[in-house]
Design a protein around this ligand. Structure first.
Ligand code: ZN
Length: 843
C-alpha cells in the first residue's frame, strides 16, 4: 500500500480547501462491519482538476461527487481518483468498514470480564481512512459534524461535546478545524467520572469492569489534570482552545496516549487495578501533562508535514515533564501532598527512563537528526517516531529554554500560537517567532543541535594546578566534529563523597575551564544536573571512583547520571558487565529513591543477567539480584513503594519455584505486602517460565482473573512455558494472521525467547529471521514493527545469531520500513551484546 508522499501532500493542499466533514456512523450492524457515510464539502482552486480521496473500506457502497456517481472500482491501494472538480464540491461516500484488532482505525474490544463491547477510533498516523473517507494529511484541516447510531446503553465521546438525541443516537457538535490524524470517537458502555475546572468540563472514562478503579484513581488524575490546565494557561497565555476535556482510558492502546483535541485516549493500564508506586503515578502524571501540551502544540497549531512530527513530540515531552515537576508550585500551598511528591520524581524519571531510551536510539545505525530527517512519506515518519524524537528532542528544548531564558522562550511560543491558531506551521515559523521575541542566532543553534545526529562524550577532570584559570576542566569528544553548545553543571567530590565543587559552565569549543576545587577531587561529574544530551565519562579516575562514590552521592540527578554512564559503558563494551553488576548492586543497596532502584534492578535482570551474560553465567547473576531484593525486602517499611519494588524484582530474578509458590499461596510474606492481581500474575509468569506450571494451571489462574489484563498475562505466561507445544502455538500466533487483540500478540512476543530456554528456542532463531519479514503481508502500522521488536531474540547473543541478523538486514532491500527498523535496532543490541561478551572472554 503506497504511503502518502510529501510531494503529493503539497500538490493536494495547493488544490483543495476542505470546508467540512459530516460523518454518520452506524455501529449497530451485526458482525465485524460498521457503516460509514461521509459527506465532504470542499473547494478546488482549479476547476476541472483531479485529485484523490483516501479510503480503506471493506466494501464501498456508493460514491457521488456533486451528485454524479463515481465508479468505486477506481479504488486502488486505498486511493480513489476524483476528476472534474468544480470550484465548490460535495462528495458523499457510503462504505462498510471493518473493525480492527490492532489499535488503529476503529478498534473493537470485547471485555472478557463481562462480554461487553468497547470501541475507540485511532486515526494517527494515517489510519483515519480506515473509518471515514477523507483527504488524509495534516494540513487539510476542517470542522467535523459526527452522528452516531449505537446500542442504547452506550456512551459516545468525541472531539466536541456529544449529546444523546434519542436512545442509541448521539450527535457531536461542530468541531473547530481539526487535522484528520486527531479525529476520534470513543463509544461503548464506558463508565465515567465527570468534573469541572475553571469552566472546563472534565471527563474520565474506562470500561465498566474498571469502574471501581477509575473512581478510586479519579481524584489523583483530576488533580493532575486541573493543575496542568492552570499551569498551561499561565505559561501560554492562551486559554485551552477546545471545549470539553475528556480522557478515555482504552484497551489495547499502542501508544502511551494520543492527543485527540477534547478527547485524549490513554492506555487503560493507567487505571491502576493493583498497588502502584509513586514512580508509576509520576509516569501517568507526565503523560497527562504531555497530552495536554499537545492541545496547543500539535492541535491548535499543527505541523504542515510529518517531518516536523519531532517538534510536536519533543515539545510535549519537555512541557509534560516540566509541568509535572512544577505541579506542586502551580497548585499552591493547598495542593495535595501527592502532587508535590510526584513533582520531585519527574525529571528523574525523564533522565532514567526516557533519556536512556533516546541514547540507545541516537547511537544505533538507524539514528537520524532530530529535525530535517526528510520524511518523504508518512510511513518513514512513523518509523522515526522514537527516543530521538521524544527524549533527545526534549533534552534539546530544555537546553534551548535555558539558553533563551523562560521569558523569550514563552513569548515566542505565544506569538507562534496566536499567529497560526487552528492552522498549520513549520519549524521555520517557530524560529521566526522566537527570533521576534528576542532570540539571537537561533538558526545556527538549531543547525548544531537539530540537524546532526549522535551525541558528544563529556568528561570533566581535575588537573595538576599550574596556576592557570582553573584546575577543573570540562572537555568533549564529538563523533562528527560538531561543536554543540552544552550548558551544564559540573560537580566534584572528594574520596568521602563530600562535594567540593559545583559550577555551571557553557561549553562551545572542545574544552572550557570550570573552576578551582576546594581540595583534591576523587571524582568529577560532567552534567551533574542531567541537563544536556551527552554520554558522560570520568577521565583518569575512571570506574573505580564511580564504584566507590556512587552510593555516597546525595544529589539524585547526579546518581542518575552515573547509573546512565554505567549502562552506556556496558553497551559500548567499555565496562565489563560483571563489574557493572557489582557496581549497580552495591549502590542499590543504599539507593533511597525507589524509582531508581526499580529501573536499575530491571536493567540488571534483563540486560546484565540477560543478553550481556552467556547462558552459563545467568543463574548466578540472577541469584545475586534476587539476594539483594530479599535484603531490601527485609528492611523496607510495610506497604511502601520500596517493598513493592523489591518484591517485583525478587520475583523477576527468582529461580526458586518453592518460594514463588509460597508467596502465591500467601505464605512467608513480609508484613504489609499484599499479593494483588498484578503481583499474582508476576508470580505466575515467573513460575511458568521456570516450567513449574502446566497449561491447565494457567487456565485456572485466568479463571480467577478473567479480565482484559488477565488475558494478556495468561498469553505471556503460555508463551514462556518451556514446552515444545506451547512454543509452537505461540509461534503460529506471532507469524500467522490473527484477530487476537494486539496486547496478546505483544505479550506472546515478549515471552517467546525467554532467556533461560536457549536450547528449546534455538530452532526458532533461523525461523525468526526467515519468517518475521513476511508478517508485513498481514500486519501493518504499529503492530508490525512492535511484534518483531518485542520478540527479537537479543538474549540469544552469539556470533552465529548475529551473522544471521546482519545477513537478513543486508540481503533484502525491499523490507517494509517498519520491519527494517525493528530488525536494525534489534541487531544493534545483539551486536553490542556479542562485542561485550567477546571482550570479557565469555564468547
Ligand atoms: Zn505526544
Amino acid at each position: 500500500m503506497p504511503s502518502l508522499t510529501r510531494r503529493e501532500a503539497v500538490q493536494r493542499a495547493a488544490l483543495l480547501t476542505v470546508r467540512n466533514y459530516r460523518i454518520a456512523l452506524d455501529l449497530t450492524m451485526p458482525g465485524n462491519r460498521f457503516c460509514s457515510d461521509t459527506t465532504i464539502t470542499f473547494a478546488a482552486s482549479e476547476p476541472g482538476a483531479s485529485t484523490f480521496l483516501d479510503l480503506r473500506a471493506a466494501e464501498v457502497l456508493s460514491v457521488h461527487l456533486n451528485d454524479e456517481p463515481v465508479d468505486p472500482a477506481g479504488l486502488t491501494d486505498g486511493r480513489l481518483p476524483l476528476t472534474g472538480l468544480r470550484a465548490e464540491n460535495t462528495l458523499r461516500v457510503q462504505a462498510l468498514m471493518a473493525y480492527s484488532s490492532d489499535g488503529e482505525g476503529i478498534h473493537r474490544h470485547v471485555d472478557p470480564a463481562d462480554g461487553r463491547t468497547y470501541l475507540y477510533a485511532m486515526s494517527f498516523l494515517d489510519a483515519a481512512p480506515r473509518w471515514f473517507a477523507c483527504f488524509d494529511q495534516p494540513d487539510l484541516k476542517a470542522g467535523y459534524d459526527i452522528d452516531v447510531q449505537c446500542p442504547p446503553d452506550w456512551t459516545v465521546i468525541g472531539n466536541s461535546p456529544a449529546s444523546r438525541t434519542a436512545p442509541g443516537h448521539w450527535q457531536l457538535s461542530t468541531t473547530q478545524p481539526l487535522a484528520t490524524y486527531f479525529v476520534t470517537l470513543v463509544a461503548g458502555p464506558y463508565a465515567s467520572v465527570t468534573a469541572e475546572h475553571d469552566g472546563i468540563v472534565l471527563g474520565l472514562h474506562a470500561r465498566a469492569s474498571l469502574a471501581e478503579h477509575l473512581e478510586a484513581e479519579a481524584a489523583d488524575i483530576l488533580g493532575v489534570t486541573a493543575a496542568s490546565l492552570d499551569r498551561y494557561h499561565e505559561l501560554f497565555g492562551i486559554r485551552y482552545p477546545f471545549q470539553e476535556y475528556h480522557q478515555a482510558f482504552v484497551p489495547d492502546f499502542n501508544a502511551g496516549a494520543m492527543e485527540n483535541p477534547g478527547c485524549v485516549t490513554l492506555r487503560d493500564q493507567y487505571v491502576f487495578r493493583s498497588a502502584a508506586t509513586r514512580g508509576e503515578r509520576c509516569d501517568r502524571a507526565s503523560t497527562i501533562a504531555h497530552e495536554m501540551a499537545h492541545m496547543w502544540f500539535g492541535d491548535l497549531v499543527t505541523m504542515r508535514w510529518w517531518d516536523d512530527l519531532w517538534l510536536n513530540e519533543s515539545f510535549a515531552e519537555y512541557m509534560g515533564y516540566r509541568v509535572c515537576a512544577e505541579l506542586a508550585d502551580s497548585s499552591g500551598p493547598d495542593s495535595p501532598a501527592a502532587l508535590a511528591s510526584l513533582a520531585s520524581l519527574s525529571w528523574l524519571e525523564f533522565g532514567l527512563h526516557r533519556k536512556d531510551w533516546g541514547r540507545v536510539a541516537d547511537q544505533a545505525p538507524s539514528k537520524h537528526p532530530v529535525a530535517g530527517n526528510g520524511s518523504e512519506d508518512a510511513a518513514t515518519a512513523l518509523a522515526d517516531f522514537d527516543g530521538i524524537s521524544y527524549a533527545k528532542g526534549a533534552s534539546v528544548l530544555k537546553q534551548l529554554a535555558a539558553h533563551l531564558g523562560d521569558e523569550v522562550f514563552f513569548a515566542g511560543l505565544r506569538l507562534h500560537f496566536s499567529r497560526h491558531r487552528f492552522g498549520n506551521a513549520e519549524f521555520a515559523d517557530l524560529i521566526e517567532a522566537w527570533t521576534e521575541a528576542g532570540a539571537q542566532d537561533l538558526a545556527g543553534w538549531a543547525e548544531l543541535w537539530l540537524r546532526t545526529s549522535g551525541l558528544d562524550t563529556l568528561t570533566a577532570e581535575q588537573r595538576p594546578d599550574d596556576g592557570g584559570p582553573a584546575d577543573v576542566w570540562l572537555g568533549r569528544s564529538s563523533p562528527d566534529g560538531t561543536r554543540r553548545p552544552h550548558t551544564v553543571r559540573v560537580a566534584g567530590f572528594d574520596g568521602s563523597g563530600r562535594q567540593l565543587l559545583d559550577e555551571q559552565v557553557t561549553l562551545h569549543g572542545d574544552e572550557v575551564p570550570v573552576g578551582r576545587a576546594a581540595g583534591p577531587l576523587r571524582l568529577v561529574v560532567a552534567d551533574s544536573g542531567d541537563d544536556s544530551w551527552a554520554k558522560i565519562r570520568f577521565g583518569a579516575a575512571g570506574w573505580q571512583a564511580v564504584a566507590e562514590l556512587l552510593p555516597r552521592i546525595e544529589a539524585a540527578p547526579t546518581r542518575v547520571v552515573l547509573y546512565n554512564a554505567i549502562r552506556d559503558a556496558v553497551r559500548d563494551a567499555e565496562l565489563d558487565s560483571e563489574q557493572a553488576l557489582d557496581m549497580v548492586l552495591a549502590a542499590l543497596a543504599r539507593e533511597p529513591v525507589e524509582l531508581v532502584t526499580a529501573e536499575l534492578l530491571q536493567f540488571a535482570t534483563e540486560k546484565l543477567a540477560g543478553c550481556f551474560a552467556v547462558p552459563a553465567d545467568r543463574p548466578a547473576r540472577r541469584a545475586r539480584i534476587a539476594e539483594l531484593a530479599h535484603r531490601l525486602l527485609a528492611t523496607a517499611p510495610p506497604g511502601s513503594d520500596a517493598q513493592l519494588e523489591a518484591a517485583r524484582a525478587g520475583i523477576r530474578a527468582s529461580d526458586d519455584p518453592d518460594w514463588l509458590v509460597a508467596w502465591e499461596a500467601g505464605r512467608q510474606l513480609p508484613p504489609g505486602l499484599v499479593i494483588d492481581a498484578e503481583l499474582r500474575w508476576a508470580l505466575v509468569t515467573r513460575l511458568a517460565a521456570l516450567g513449574a506450571l502446566s497449561a491447565a494451571d494457567i487456565d485456572a489462574e485466568l479463571a480467577r482473573d478473567e479480565s482484559t489484563a488477565g488475558v494478556v498475562h495468561a498469553a505471556r505466561a503460555r508463551a514462556m512455558r518451556p514446552d515444545p507445544a506451547a512454543k509452537a502455538d505461540t509461534w503460529a500466533l506471532l507469524t500467522q494472521p490473527s484477530e487476537r487483540p494486539v496486547y496478546e500478540l505483544y505479550a506472546s512476543a515478549e515471552g517467546f525467547f525467554e532467556p533461560g530456554q536457549h536450547e528449546l528456542t534455538a530452532p526458532y532463531l533461523p525461523r525468526f529471521f526467515a519468517e518475521m519479514p513476511g508478517t508485513a503481508g498481514h500486519r501493518r502500522g504499529w503492530a508490525l514493527g512492535a511484534v518483531i521488536g518485542k520478540a527479537f531474540p537479543v538474549a540469544a547473543a552469539s556470533g552465529e545469531v548475529l551473522d544471521l541478523a546482519e545477513q537478513t538486514v543486508a540481503a533484502d532491500r525491499s523490507l517494509d520500513p517498519a520491519v527494517r527498523r525493528a530488525l536494525v535496532d534489534g541487531t544493534d543490541t545483539l551486536r553490542r551484546a556479542v562485542r561485550s561478551l567477546r571482550r570479557s572472554g565469555r564468547l
